[in-house]
Design a protein around this ligand. Structure first.
Ligand code: PLP
Length: 364
């Protein structure tokens, strides 16, 4: 049983959940990297290995979201993201494994090799892939799908928000913090002073923040923004935190009434660079460094930018006497061979450009 349910039996009874993950994910010390950037006690939480054949952070949320879709008797799910969305792909793969059909509603982004791979993989997983020029067109596309279903007497699909970051999805990362606490209690690492991680729709960071408070830990979170603050404001983060705590307490009143504390949620916005999914020099330096020193795969959109922040703080001597954990959110399972077997011509026209246009300069 997952650690959150073990502690709060009311949640186990009430919340929808379907096991997709192979948990706990490993924690390991990064001695070489730590020494080279001046962080004596550096560790990594390898959420790349959450699941097969596609892992990463999104699967922890999907255990609850797809659990709810099944509980409601749904046969189809629909979700949203940018063209190379790891979330849309994780949804396609894991919904498919559960026998649910999935629809990926996708918006434009900067081109990269991983975008091509994720698009091909999504199609291979059996998802209906749809590309839109902007958010407005995508929203009306979603409306059309719902009307279409109703017109033919079928159920509308179960809707999963971007990044899976609803209060229910966030519960997956409250549990992830309980999982890390167990690993700390088993002496796999000391309690961290700081956890660094990239922040997109913030479900990952908010879940961890709730877990930290509920477990009365000293750990501070350092969420590194990888997209514009207009997209996910601090008010939105506060609201997601409150809604999730409310959901947990409504289902088990023993869950503590914790509240959001900006002193313990140290958002950084210096590493966005030129915007979402536009690779940056600093981010790519972090990708190369992590690969060379520790054989860890990071990416240009999320984890490279997050790790660049940690590396720079370390080099500036800010983390000398601290225990620091990097929460690696990127899928670590190799899927490139699967993607080779599909032809992009089978994707809808608006998505062809990622195969016909060059990738961005820093990805060549
Ligand atoms: C989606 C994603 C994130 C961001 O997670 P949020 O919960 O949306 O903040 C970070 N890293 C990777 C690799 C992701 O795919």
């Amino acid at each position: 049983m997952i650690p959150l349910f073990k502690k709060y039996r009311g949640l186990e009874e009430a919340l929808p959940y379907v096991g997709l993950c192979d948990l706990p994910t490993p924690v390991r010390r990064l001695e070489t990297m730590g020494r080279s950037i001046g962080v004596e006690q550096l560790y990594i939480k390898e959420d790349g290995y959450t699941a097969r054949p596609f892992g990463g952070n999104k699967v922890r949320k999907l255990e609850f979201l797809l659990g709810e879709a099944i509980r409601q008797g749904m046969t189809e799910v629909m979700t949203f993201g940018f063209a190379g969305s790891n979330h849309a792909l994780a949804t396609a793969v894991h919904a498919g494994k559960l026998g649910l059909k999935s629809i990926s509603m996708l918006m434009p982004q900067a081109n990269a090799h991983y975008v091509r791979r994720n698009l091909l993989m999504g199609r291979m997983a059996g998802a209906e892939m749809r590309g839109y020029p902007d958010f407005k067109k995508m929203s009306s596309g979603a409306r059309n799908v719902r009307w279409g279903r109703r017109l033919t007497g079928r159920k509308a699909p179960y809707v999963i928000p971007p990044g899976g970051s609803s209060s229910l999805g966030v519960v997956g990362f409250v549990n992830a913090m309980f999982e890390l606490k167990q690993q700390i209690d088993n002496s796999e690492m000391p309690e961290p002073d700081k956890i660094y991680l990239p922040m997109g729709t913030a479900g990952t960071a908010v879940g961890l923040a709730i877990g930290i408070k509920a477990l009365s830990m000293k750990t501070k979170l350092v969420p590194v923004r990888i997209m514009d603050p207009d997209f996910i404001s601090i008010e939105r983060i506060r609201r997601l935190f409150a809604e999730t705590v409310q959901k947990l307490r409504a289902n088990d009143s023993m869950f503590p009434r914790v509240s959001f504390d900006p002193e313990e949620y140290l958002v950084r916005d210096e590493y966005i660079g030129d915007g979402y999914a536009v690779f940056s020099e600093k981010g790519m330096e972090a990708v190369r460094s992590a690969q060379e020193t520790e054989n860890i795969d990071l990416d240009g959109t999320y984890t490279g930018k997050g790790f660049a922040c940690l590396m720079e703080d370390g080099r500036q001597g800010k983390l000398k006497d601290e225990v620091v954990l990097y929460w690696n959110t990127l899928n670590a399972r190799d899927i490139s061979n699967h993607a080779k077997e599909v032809d992009y011509q089978g994707l809808p026209k608006p998505l062809h450009r990622y195969f016909e246009e060059d990738v961005q300069p820093l990805d060549r």
